[in-house]
Every structure is written in C-alpha cells, then in structure tokens.
Design a protein around this ligand. Structure first.
Ligand code: HEM
Length: 289
C-alpha cells in the first residue's frame, strides 16, 4: 500500500468530512423554520464551493506526491510517468476515478440546483471519495468487512464535525442566532452522540485488527504511540462535549449560555481537526506486526 502523505491526507479528509457532514446536517434540519436557519442555508453553498475548490487543488498534488513515492523520484521527473502510473498500477487507476469524482463534486457545488438535490449530491459524492480512501488504506489488508467498517468510521467523523460546523455556520445576527441555536442544538447533540458511539466501536475494531491484544505496542511502536495521541485528543473533545451536554444545553434561553456553547463548539472543532490530523498520520504509519 502506498499512502497519500499525511499533510495531504489530513487536508483531504478534513474537506471531504466537512462537505459530507454539513450536507447531512442540511438534510436533517430541512424541517426547521426557515427564518431560524436562513443564515445556515445562505452560507452553505459558499462553504461547499470553497471546500470543493480546495479538493480540486489538493487531490492532484496528493496524487503526484504518491506517484513520486511509487517511482522513488522527484515531482518534475514523475510528470512524464503519470499516464503510465494511471494506466498500469492499481493505485493509479483508483486515483483516476477519484480525481473524476472530485471534478464532478466541484461541478455539482457550482450548479444552480435545488438545495436538497445539492445536499444529496454532496453526500453521495463525498461518500464515494471516502470509499476510495478506505480502499487505499490499511483496511484493504483485512478484507471487505474492514473496508466497510473503515468507511463507517470516516462517515461518523464527518457527521460529527459537520454538525458542529453547521451550528457555527448558522449563527448570524440576533434574534435569528438565538432561534437557530435553540432549534439546531438538539439535532447537533443527537448526531454527535450517535457519531461518538459509532466512532468508538469502529475505531476500537480497527485498532484491534492492527495491534491485537499486544498492548505494549501502544508504547513501543510508532503506530501505537500515534494512536495514543489520537485517543488523548479524542478524550479532551469528549470531556468538552459532555460539559456542553450536561451543563450548557439546558440553559439555552440565556444569552450567556449560548455564548459559552458557541465558544466550546469552536474549541471542539479545533480539537476534532487535531484528531483528524492524528488519524491521517495513523493511516500513513505502517501498523506493527
Ligand atoms: C475510540 C476512538 C477511536 C479509535 C480507537 C480510532 C482508531 C482508528 C484507527 C485504528 C484508524 C485506522 C488507521 C489506519 O489506517 O491504520 C482510524 C482511522 C480514522 N479515524 Fe479514528 N479512531 C477513534 C476516533 C476517531 C474520531 C473521534 C475521529 C474524528 C472525528 C476519527 C477519525 C478517523 C478518520 C477520518 C480515519 C481515516 C484516516 C484516513 O484514512 O486517512 N477517529 N481510527
């Protein structure tokens, strides 16, 4: 397996997860009163366009980096080899489809289509991109079930991150902001709770497949140490999320509580970006044997 370098992988997962999660949240909150969700619905297309443009730039660079690693050469020397790599290697063929999916995604983000259709298209196309990520990662060594579970893990990460970012995105001027926070927060909390349960179950399954019960590998191997850092960052997000759920959410009628919630949600987003960074590094580190 030739992995995409960690920095590119991090940017790709972050952009894909955000598009997937915000599109899912747009569908989940379709029934909300339009005056409370007006800012969210107005800003969403711009976010998708920016993220798909980022994917359009990063994806070919990630492919070129991977091609350099395959050919053990530099960027300017690998260019003439690109057609051959795309034709003759499994990774190259997969990337051909992946780049095509990114182009279709970018076109869909700019098309003047109905919001619901756009959200479904964004979700489906990023789901396909996540599938390519699952097939290109370590999960391929453990069979189809592992690939499916890896995909579910990525999708759950996207749902959580997307719900949090959507909540922030929908915050415009008061009083619309207060209405939006009160209406959207229960949905964010429900999605986050389900995502945490799924991430924990699928993440522990993936970790068990890679290191088994050899717990000394958590400290002795690079893979294990990266996983520990990821779990430590995840634990901090869980503490913050639990604080929001137990202490803040029940007082959303007070302006001070709404402000605290938004501050904590912003911190959660930053911490989840760190967790995604550790995830990209994990995907780039050979599991110990
Ligand atoms: C108990 C908690 C968790 C455990 C044990 C766990 C474990 C893992 C493992 C072992 C992998 C596979 C890496 C590889 O390819 O070898 C993985 C991938 C991944 N994890 Fe987690 N994880 C957890 C929570 C999370 C959270 C909270 C997020 C983000 C919100 C997340 C996002 C991801 C993503 C996006 C990948 C795919 C990375 C890629 O393909 O580049 N995980 N995780």
């Amino acid at each position: 397996m030739i992995a995409v370098p960690a920095t590119f992988a991090w940017l790709l997962i972050a952009a894909q997860s955000l598009i997937f999660g915000t599109a899912a949240f747009a569908l989940v909150t379709r029934g909300l009163a339009s005056d409370s969700s007006i800012d969210f619905r107005r800003r969403l297309p711009a976010l998708w366009r920016a993220l798909t443009l980022a994917l359009l730039v990063i994806s070919p660079l990630a492919f070129l980096e991977m091609a350099c690693e395959m050919a053990q050469t530099r960027w300017w020397r690998v260019m003439p080899l690109v057609p051959e790599i795309m034709r003759e290697t499994d990774a190259g063929r997969a990337w051909r489809w992946r780049l095509l999916a990114v182009m279709v995604l970018a076109i869909a983000a700019w098309l003047p289509i109905r919001e619901r259709t756009a959200a479904v298209a964004m979700m489906l196309l990023t789901a396909v991109l996540m599938l390519f990520g699952s097939i290109a990662g370590h999960a391929i060594d453990f069979g189809r079930l592992s690939i499916a579970i890896y995909w579910v893990h990525q999708a759950a990460a996207g749902l959580w991150l997307g719900a949090l970012v959507s909540l922030m995105l929908g915050c415009g001027a008061d009083p619309c902001q207060a209405q939006w926070i009160r209406a959207a927060t229960p949905k964010v909390a429900a999605l986050a709770a389900a995502s945490v349960a799924i991430l924990t179950a699928t993440g522990l399954f993936a970790a068990y497949q890679r290191i088994g019960w050899n717990l000394h590998l958590l400290t002795d191997a690079m893979y294990g140490r990266t996983l520990l850092w990821k779990l430590a960052s995840f634990a901090i997000v869980i503490l913050l999320a639990a604080h929001n759920r137990l202490r803040v959410i029940s007082h959303l009628d007070e302006a001070a509580s709404r402000e605290t919630l938004l501050r904590n949600v912003a911190a959660e987003i930053v911490l989840l970006a760190v967790v995604l960074g550790w995830s990209a590094m994990l995907a780039n580190t050979p599991p110990p044997h």
